[in-house]
Ligand binder design. Structure first.
Ligand code: PGA
Length: 266
């Protein structure tokens, strides 16, 4: 099945964002442990798509460790250009060449700490697609924005900026991650109702920007303090199609419990 066909049916997806953690050898050990746990899972046939996003220096070796396991490889970011004088940056063709099929774009840490603008996120989304990667487009409000009743406005702005002008087929070949900034790395998870409401705003915005029907076609992941203890409750919400997991993805046993919770009917 092509990635596009799979996404059109709104599969469940669990992606692990390792952030700036794990050397290559530590990453290989973690990936091997996860693959071994997955191999013994009786619900594997109902499992979600699983994506690991290690830091750049670990991509190739982690890719080797998950080769043939069904677990997929993703990058945490990419530069919008294919090559050139951009010291310290990595491009989509480089990521594809080491086996990446996915790329996170617009993570709030990059928006907040590295000054990424909505326009840069839009460019990266298009670059990922140009280079054969499935973008996981991150959006989400800060605590101040939520407390100021600006959540909807922020989500509409971020989604509109990212998807404006993208044709229907291209929009369909993306995944959104709703990650409230106040929930990332804080242990404060959004309630299933908060996630549902945000996902509905995102779906309605996608319908407006990318054409009617897009909103219900796209997988929308929730991210922010997802762990083995709260995942099932989040996945019980029909509008939540999976998770983008940070801290809890660094532990193979816990991450595989999150994957099991996302198994269809699981
Ligand atoms: P967290 O991070 O699970 O550690 O909150 C999620 C993310 O930033 O993608």
């Amino acid at each position: 099945m092509s990635p596009l066909a799979a996404i059109a049916r709104r599969p469940r997806i669990v992606a692990g964002n390792w952030k700036m953690n794990k050397t290559a050898s530590e990453g290989v050990a973690l990936a091997r442990e996860l693959v071994a746990l997955r191999a013994g899972d009786p619900a594997a046939a109902r499992a979600p798509r699983v994506v690991l996003c290690p830091p750049y220096p670990s991509l190739e070796s982690v890719g080797g460790a998950i080769d043939g396991s069904g677990v997929e490889l993703g990058a945490q970011d990419l530069h919008a250009e294919t090559h050139g004088a951009f010291t310290g940056c990595v491009s989509g063709p480089m990521l594809a060449a080491v086996g990446c099929a996915w790329a996170i774009v617009g993570h709030s840490e990059r928006r907040q700490l590295m000054g990424e603008t909505d326009a840069m996120v839009a460019a990266k989304l298009r670059a990922a697609q140009r280079d054969g990667l499935i973008p996981i487009v991150c959006v989400g409000e800060t605590l101040a924005e939520r407390e100021g009743n600006l959540t909807e406005e922020v989500l509409v702005r971020q989604i509109t900026a990212a998807y404006h002008g993208l044709d229907a087929a291209a929009a369909r070949a993306t995944v959104v991650a709703y990650e409230p900034v106040w929930a990332i790395g804080t242990g404060k998870v959004a309630s299933p109702e908060q996630a549902r409401d945000a996902h509905r705003v995102i779906r309605a915005t996608l319908d407006k920007v990318s054409g009617a029907g897009r909103g219900s076609e796209l997988a929308i992941l929730y991210g922010g303090s997802v762990n083995a203890g709260n995942a099932a409750q989040l996945f019980a919400e029909p509008d939540v199609d999976g998770a983008l997991v940070g801290g809890a993805a660094l532990d193979a046993a816990g991450f595989s419990r999150i994957i099991a919770a996302a198994s269809v009917g699981g």
